[in-house]
Design a protein around this ligand. Structure first.
Ligand code: HEC
Ligand code: HEC
Length: 316
């Protein structure tokens, strides 16, 4: 056959329609999508929240799918086709400027989200997410939070139920006064951690690193002087801990580490085990202990074998 513009065009059309038929039309009519066991219908308010999510361009920075290769970034569960029944339009997204939100429900309690949406810098000081305080005035923040808390379906419901259960206890402990609150907080720290001193010497370098980490992760809630009066505080209940309430009882470096690592579910205190390497948690613990609590238990001998990168341990 002689190649002419019309033959070329015909050929292109045949290739295009064949791939359309095989890649799009055939699957659309033959795929039998059954919902996964975590899937559930959204409630009315969650559905409204979804439209607010779409209208505000959240998909521009947040994906809603987790791939097998994401096990390496701490995924909880890999997305399955049955998780997306009835999603039209789907909100998979392709950008991950912010974290994936497909399992966001119950990760934080509602009060954390209120503070975060008013201004993400309140809870996450170095965030580049834009503030959405205007949604509060328009009465749109509540449905948006309901939607975000539904992400993950029945797994999200399980986590939300756990948040609410612990919140009741945390509020009761907070309202019983500072001593009862500290007692409650520490009753959930396993014994060996309560006894463990901070194994990192509170050297000027450790404290300087701790200061930087505190500014990058903690200052919006616990405040620049550790009194719990950061800008997030008005939205959060029980409020961020005032570290000076620990002055009388004192607290081990191990207990601080445990709380920072795991967070306190039911309160806005997030876990930092995915964000901060172990040394950073010890460093920020030294910083909080030295400057806000006034009781530092690090620098204890014997220290074991020093890490290979450590220079001479100059102490404060
Ligand atoms: C310019 C990009 C950007 C946009 C737009 C954006 N975010 Fe974010 N988002 C981020 C970044 C970065 C983070 C991580 C830092 C933080 O916690 O703020 C984040 C964090 C979050 C988190 C907390 C995740 C976690 O587990 O800590 C939620 C929830 C969230 N965003 C929801 C939204 C919603 C809902 C919208 C739309 C109303 C939105 N974001 C719009 C960038 C963005
Ligand atoms: C979004 C707000 C928020 C952020 C961010 C935050 N905290 Fe907290 N923190 C809290 C709340 C709320 C509590 C618990 C208050 C209560 O139940 O009385 C708490 C409790 C704690 C405790 C428990 C103390 C104890 O003796 O049991 C420690 C330690 C702590 N925070 C350290 C930190 C450090 C270090 C950072 C930064 C790496 C940080 N927090 C970031 C809100 C926050």
């Amino acid at each position: 056959m002689k190649m002419s513009p019309s033959v070329l065009l015909l050929g292109a059309l045949i290739v295009f329609s064949a791939s359309l038929a095989v890649g799009v039309i055939l699957p659309a009519y033959t795929m039998n999508i059954t919902s996964s066991k975590e899937w559930r219908n959204r409630t009315e308010i969650e559905e409204i929240g979804r439209t607010i999510y779409i209208a505000n361009g959240c998909t521009g920075c947040h994906s809603q799918y987790v791939r097998t290769l994401d096990w390496g970034i701490g995924a909880q569960r890999i997305a399955r086709i049955g998780d997306y029944v009835g999603e039209a339009p789907h909100l998979l997204g392709s950008e991950r400027t912010g974290p994936d939100l497909s399992q966001q429900g119950g990760e934080h309690p509602d009060d954390w989200h209120v503070a975060h949406f008013i201004n993400p810098r309140f809870t996450s000081p170095e965030s580049i997410m834009p503030p959405f305080a205007f949604l509060k005035k328009a009465g749109r923040m509540k449905p948006l939070i309901a939607y975000v808390q539904s992400l993950g379906g029945k797994d999200a419901d399980f986590r939300i139920e756990r948040q609410q259960r612990w919140k009741k206890e945390a509020v009761a402990a907070y309202e019983a006064g500072p001593d009862a609150n500290i007692k409650w907080l520490h009753s959930h720290v396993p014994g060996p951690w309560m006894e463990l001193p901070n194994p990192y010497a509170a050297t000027p370098a450790s404290l300087a690193r701790g200061h930087k980490i505190y500014q990058s992760f903690c200052i919006g809630c616990h405040g620049p002087i550790g009194d719990g009066q950061g800008p997030a505080a008005p939205s959060i209940y029980p409020p961020p801990l005032n570290f000076t309430t620990l002055r009388r009882t004192g607290v081990s470096g191990g207990a601080l580490y445990y709380q920072i690592m795991n967070g306190i579910t039911g309160t806005a205190m997030p876990y930092f085990k995915k964000h901060l390497e172990s040394e950073k948690i010890w460093d920020v613990g030294n910083y909080v202990a030295q400057y806000f609590i006034g009781v530092v238990d690090s620098n204890k001998e014997p220290r074991g074998i020093d890490a290979s990168y450590e220079g001479p341990l100059h102490k404060e």
